[in-house]
Design a protein around this ligand. Structure first.
Ligand code: SIN
Length: 289
């Protein structure tokens, strides 16, 4: 009997997240139950995997095409895998992923999912927090829902990858990130996206890449963006993933945001990430992108 015929999901928190027991991601039979679990829980933690970069990509390919990664230098033989590393003696006061975000939401077709594989973890700390953007939407009043359903939002990578972004000013010790004019590009998404696979409605904003509402200035947009981001980060809307070597996290990049906690100075952490291509997001109403 395949190991995957006994896959079990144990919820990690009320809002989102489940631990997956009894799965082997090298086995094709794992895909269907895991994808169904991803659509239900938003983020999954799959323990005790032993994957080569090729096997990691092969699993992700069942979900969609691994995305050629912009700005961040990849593994030499695998242009779809980035090594997310903080060194034990890291000199930069910054970690990759250390602000609330969803991966590359500044792309016209934002990634559908991301898959992070732990290769080396500190003895404590280095957890990743996730927030449910479907629950954040559901918690809004009917009046606020009606307001945001009619808005589009401009996303840009400029605060990270533009000529004056964080990576133009500081380089991480073991990751190479090239900031450029392309980082300043802007795209427009609906504030409330409808997820094609399950019809869920999700707030598609985050602290770092959502710059302003379409048709408004940044100062005009800031108070409502701040309110929505704070709503998403309420404790009851979160789950926390604690890593072990060999753990794999898989998240729906359209319905969650995440934050890598930088609390393990003196220890090395290395993860491999595959980002899985998505499609342009659809809003609720005709005429809203
Ligand atoms: C990321 O933002 O993809 C990295 C998350 C992490 O290192 O925990």
């Amino acid at each position: 009997m395949s190991k995957n015929s006994a896959i079990e999901f144990r919820p990690l928190a009320g809002a989102l997240g489940a631990e997956v027991l009894g799965a082997d991601l090298k086995d094709d039979e794992a895909f269907e139950p895991i994808f169904a679990g991803l659509m239900e829980y938003g983020v999954l933690m799959i323990r005790d995997q032993d994957l080569t970069p090729g096997q990691h990509k092969a699993f992700c390919q069942r979900i969609g095409d691994p995305l050629p990664v912009p700005f961040v230098h990849t593994l030499e033989d695998h242009p779809e895998i980035i090594a997310v590393i903080k060194e034990a003696d890291e000199r930069t006061r910054m970690v990759f992923g250390g602000t609330w975000h969803t991966d590359f939401s500044f792309l016209a077709a934002p990634p559908k999912a991301s898959c992070l594989y732990a290769r080396e973890v500190p003895p404590f700390g280095g957890d990743t927090l996730f927030a449910s953007m479907t629950k954040a939407y559901e918690a809004l009043s009917s009046g606020m829902k009606a307001l945001v359903e009619n808005l589009n939002v401009v996303h840009s990578g400029r605060r990270s990858y533009g000529p004056v972004g964080a990576f133009a000013n500081a380089q991480l010790d073991s990751m190479s990130v090239t900031a450029s004019d392309d980082g300043d590009a802007e795209v427009i998404h609906p504030v409330v996206a409808v997820i094609p696979e399950n019809g869920k409605r999700s707030l598609f904003i985050n602290d770092i890449y959502a710059i302003r509402f379409d048709g408004m200035t940044e100062p005009e947009s800031a108070p409502l963006l701040k309110f929505l981001c704070e709503q998403a980060r309420r404790p009851e809307n979160l789950c926390r993933l604690t890593w072990q070597r060999g753990s794999v996290a898989l998240w729906d990049n359209r319905t969650t945001i995440h934050y890598a906690i930088d609390d393990y100075d003196g220890y090395r952490r290395e993860m491999h990430r595959v980002t899985i291509a998505g499609e342009p997001l659809q809003g609720i109403r005709q005429g809203i992108q």
